[in-house]
Design a protein. Structure first.
Ligand code: ADP
Length: 209
């Protein structure tokens, strides 16, 4: 985040004199304590300063990039996951292609009658099935999908960074966010490269204080 001149000044004062009370910081800047309150709140929330009751403010010693990394490492999957789009395992490749277009997603999750995850369909899976001369309305998706147990998954409480690492390692576009149930896994979300990109933009534009 971009610090204002006054915020830079405050950090300098606290660095040199900390622990120091808000009152004394205000005095050295010839401002009132009330005027400084928003700046002190921002600097504390962003992690540059820490405050202890009856002691005052002190400098945490963390640089801007250390603070950014710290924040990024705390992001959780549930903060960025999107709604999942699922199809039943016996729907045709033709219908799955229609669903992909209608729902405007790149990855479909395949479920069985009990609504448990059984597979994943990517754009390329559907393209590959389409270049043969088969009748796409008569090929069920379970024939062409990537199936369990080969599906990479994540849970809502996983770290976003761990999920992002799986996307890179497996060279895939998305992970189902799953909830373990008695005989398998229910799909409750979708974590994609777009989700990770959103987190990055939020971080860079200070929306995730
Ligand atoms: P595309 O096929 O459009 O490049 P991906 O890179 O996501 O899309 O998929 C590449 C392959 O990996 C496909 O065969 C797909 O079925 C498979 N795949 C996609 N997502 C997963 C996942 N979460 N777990 C395991 N395999 C996956």
């Amino acid at each position: 985040m971009e610090l204002s001149n006054r915020q830079e000044q405050i950090i300098q004062i606290v660095k040199e004199n900390g622990p120091i009370t808000g009152e004394s910081i205000a005095e050295s800047l010839s401002l009132t304590r009330a005027t400084l309150r928003p700046d002190l709140a921002i600097l504390t929330m962003a992690g540059y300063l820490d405050a202890r009751p009856r002691v005052g403010y002190f400098f945490t010693g963390k640089t801007g990039s250390e603070l950014l990394t710290e924040k990024l490492k705390k992001f959780k999957v549930y903060e960025y996951q999107a709604l999942p789009v699922v199809v039943q395992e016996d729907v045709s490749v033709y219908d799955a292609i229609c669903t992909m277009f209608l729902e405007d997603v790149g990855t479909l999750f395949v479920i069985n009658e009990e609504s448990l995850l059984v597979g994943v369909l990517s754009r390329k899976d559907l393209l590959r099935a389409s270049i043969g001369n088969q009748d796409l309305t008569s090929v069920p998706v379970h024939i062409i999908m990537t199936r369990m147990p080969n599906v990479s998954i994540c849970t809502k409480d996983d770290l976003l960074l761990d999920a992002a690492q799986k996307l890179i390692e497996k060279q895939i576009d998305g992970l189902p966010v799953v909830k373990p149930v008695e005989n398998g896994m229910e799909v409750i979300g979708r974590l994609t490269k777009t989700s990770v990109t959103k987190a990055l933009v939020e971080l860079a534009t200070d929306q995730h204080l």
